[in-house]
Design a protein around this ligand. Structure first.
Ligand code: SAM
Length: 290
């Protein structure tokens, strides 16, 4: 387990992922009934952008820093700005003196947006990271930090007792086979909790592999699978993180239209070279007749 998210915290992929996460959580809040967020690969929760790891790559400067600058300059169209507001509020609350020094990971984004009846299960396998992740949630009865293999949680922790919620699966993609594990994990989780919303993160490095992933998802027969992608440049000749995607199963009915507003704006803001683009596409929209 060599992957350290601290090198990448706040980069374009985090911004895109956490914007989608925030939109889903905001939708879940429309009903009074409690929900649970299960974050199967939670990371350490809070990232120091002035720390050694973030300093080595400075990826956050092309990610969250650009978005915050655009928001402060009034350069975001009002309809997109309104949709980004809950996420940006979380970032600002983490940086109360105004200078961007800290970036909240997915468990903190989810927790900050939750109401008092909602719950978070934050799962992390790396023992040091699981320990670090416990600190911001000490004494918080709405959050359980669990040191566990997140793939197992897709069996053991589903369905949640609230019977509503979001499962975020954000693996590090440090070993081969992660796309297949995502499909198999989704099938396993969906059998136990078919009504849940699932958000699966994936890298766009090899576009053929992404195509195969989408066909495998289609073949599962699981209905209502939305694919969202943001590429910061055209495909590179060598494998490189040119973009990232989110597969959302059982998306809020509002999400597709929200992404039609947000993705053009985020793509323009986060582009690093010519050929930046976005995708909003149904892998499978409806139930399969049996
Ligand atoms: N979700 C986090 C966020 O958005 O802030 C970032 C997570 S990072 C991409 C992936 C994390 O998964 C790392 O912290 C890594 O230690 C952890 N991890 C790797 N394999 C795991 C597994 N099988 N189960 C749970 N966590 C795992």
């Amino acid at each position: 387990m060599n992957y350290r998210h601290a090198y990448h915290a706040g980069n374009f992929a985090d911004v895109f992922k956490h914007v989608v996460l925030a939109r889903i959580v905001e939708y879940l809040k429309r009903k009074e009934q409690a929900f649970r967020v299960i974050d199967t690969h939670a990371g350490i929760g809070r990232y120091d952008l002035e720390g050694t790891e973030a300093g080595k790559t400075a990826e956050w400067k092309q990610g969250i820093a650009r978005l915050l600058d655009a928001a402060s300059a009034g350069a975001i169209p009002p309809d997109a700005g309104a949709l980004l507001a809950p996420y940006l509020e979380v970032i600002r609350a983490e940086n109360p003196d105004g200078a961007l020094k800290t970036y909240p990971g997915s468990p903190l984004v989810a927790r900050s947006l939750m109401r008092k009846q909602d719950r978070l299960s934050a799962i992390e396998l790396h023992p040091d990271d699981a320990r670090t992740l416990s600190a911001p949630f000490a004494g918080d009865h709405q959050v359980r930090v669990i040191h566990l293999d997140g793939w197992l949680a897709l069996g053991a922790h589903l369905p949640p007792k609230e019977k509503r919620g979001l499962v975020l699966v954000d693996p590090p993609f440090e070993k081969a086979g992660e796309f297949d594990r995502l499909v198999d994990g989704l099938v396993k989780g969906h059998k136990r909790f078919p009504g849940g919303t699932y958000a699966l993160w994936y890298p766009v490095k090899d576009r053929q592999e992404v195509k195969r992933f989408a066909s495998r998802l289609h073949e599962t027969g699981i209905p209502k699978i939305l694919r969202l992608e943001l590429a910061i440049r055209a495909a590179s000749p060598e494998p490189r993180l040119d973009g990232s995607g989110m597969i959302v199963v059982n998306p809020p009915y509002t999400l597709e239209d929200e992404m039609k507003l947000l993705l053009p704006c985020l793509t323009e803001l986060l582009a690093e070279a010519k050929g930046a683009s976005f995708t909003i596409e149904w892998v499978r929209r409806e139930h399969v007749a049996t």
